[in-house]
Design a binder for this molecule. Structure first.
Ligand SMILES: [Zn+2]
Length: 112
């Protein structure tokens, strides 16, 4: 079962503005998740839908600069996982964060 469950969207945490260092966490059990940003304070701008995914978990609102990050909470089995090389000498435990946040704050990630 795959796809975006539109009806499972929860309102964003609008109590603060997400930053690269401390993004708004968007829990998702799917491969992709929409996050509707209306700025901070809430409704500062028209709703801007940010699409975050497991492959690109961090997105920044172009309207207000709010940063959201998808936190995958679903099962580990994923058709996309097969392209990882599992015979590289080190094995990761199944429930570890796939990447550290530092991997996503590289300048080339934002400016391209
Ligand atoms: Zn925004």
């Amino acid at each position: 079962m795959q796809g975006i469950d539109i009806f499972d969207m929860r309102p964003l945490d609008a109590s603060r503005k997400g930053t690269l260092e401390d993004p708004i966490i968007v829990p998702s059990a799917g491969d992709e998740q929409y996050a509707g940003c209306t700025g901070y304070p809430v409704d500062s701008h028209q709703v801007n839908w940010l699409t975050v995914s497991r492959e690109r978990p961090i997105e920044r609102c172009l309207e207000c600069g709010n940063v959201v990050k998808m936190n995958y909470i679903g099962p580990e089995e994923d058709p996309h996982s097969h392209d990882h090389d599992h015979d590289h000498g080190h094995h990761h435990p199944p429930h570890v964060e796939p990447k550290t946040f530092a991997d996503y704050v590289k300048p080339e990630y934002w400016y391209r």
